[in-house]
Write a protein that binds this ligand. Sequence first.
Ligand code: RNT
Ligand code: ZN
Length: 422
Amino acid sequence: MNDGIEEKFESAKKYYADYGVDVDKALEKLKEIPISVHCWQGDDCGGFEKPDAELSGGGILATGNKPGKARNLSELKADIKKAFSLIPGKKRLGIHAMYGDFGSKFVDRDKIESNHFDSWIEWAKKEKVNLDFHPTLFSHELANDGFTLSAKDKNIRNFWIEHVKRSREISNYIGKELGASCVMNLWIPDGSKDLTASRLEHRQILAGALDEIFSVKYPEKNIIDAVESKLFGIASESYVVGSYDFYLAYVLKNDKFMTLDTGHFHPTEKVSDKISALIPFIKGINLHLSRGVRWDSDHVTTLSEELIAIMQEINRADAFDKVYIGSDFFDGSINRIGAWVIGERAILKSLLYALLEPTDLLKKYEEENRLFARLGFFEQLKTMPFGDIWNYYCRQMGTDAENEWIDEVIKYEREVLENRNN
Ligand code: RNT
Ligand code: ZN
């Protein structure tokens, strides 16, 4: 198709070259950086353990009931395939324990096994993507009292310890089968709606449970362990056991990865600033990119200043081997494939924006104490022809340019989603 994309790219390239930016090199790099797309955007985080499963309990909530959501694993896989075809570059897929292939029988969380994930592994091999894993410690009757791994009740606690141990075993198996380490991210909903007297007890119990879970050793080439903190959740407004401070101390002491979910901090707190603060000390960071809006932590990511700042910080630190980029949002009120594509493309756009930054020039202004020039250049970057480079990249990767993908999703909605009666 000749719509001038190549010509625009060539002229944009010159624009950046004037400031010492090698656009081709930036695109080569972008191609190699994988992003881990979460599977649960496809069905509002319901999973397929039981027919009509819905996200329930445990401090998270999916809102919206737009018809057309995936009703089973094969519909979910078809939707992921469609979304992936509209997202350029290397992708991984983040799955959750509740998306195991359990056939028609019910398998409780303390009984999941590696073979329940064989069909995902087969799928991953066929699609040439690697997998990440999340144990599921919500939407279950034993999570309804607000505490799982940090529960005082031994039976509840042991049930969940068993679930996470099995999740690690499965992650190790996935990593081994695919020949690429599987990031296993642990998030628990534990906390309390109101003033809590046993803060320390629950945290001590959680630390003990984590120690027990991680006492089983697996090779890092198969599995990477990460833990995810949260500021507050629905019904855990006053107390969250796995807070940022708790997990930061835990990962530094135990050499684990820290998951930073961008919706899990105070709105004025910047995750971008945490990257350079953690890198000198931490084994690694796993990102759950999301967009917090007021009380909700899970809106679809957009090309925001903060998302760009996160990528700039990773790039300036040249820490793409230490920081895993993944997403975590769920919106059931809009076309779910569209939501995926918007969110993942925003992540990639912000990454490209960062890769096109003439960092040396900005640092030079700082060293010369020309701080107006630094701020001025940050502003100038916003009007540089970044979009022409992005469109060219998309086309080169065999994906739709920015003005094309929306119609593709509308077509899929008409042809596929509207025929699902849910
Ligand atoms: C919840 C956490 C967690 C979940 C997923 C589904 O607040 O962000 O990562 O969103 O595990
Ligand atoms: Zn998350």
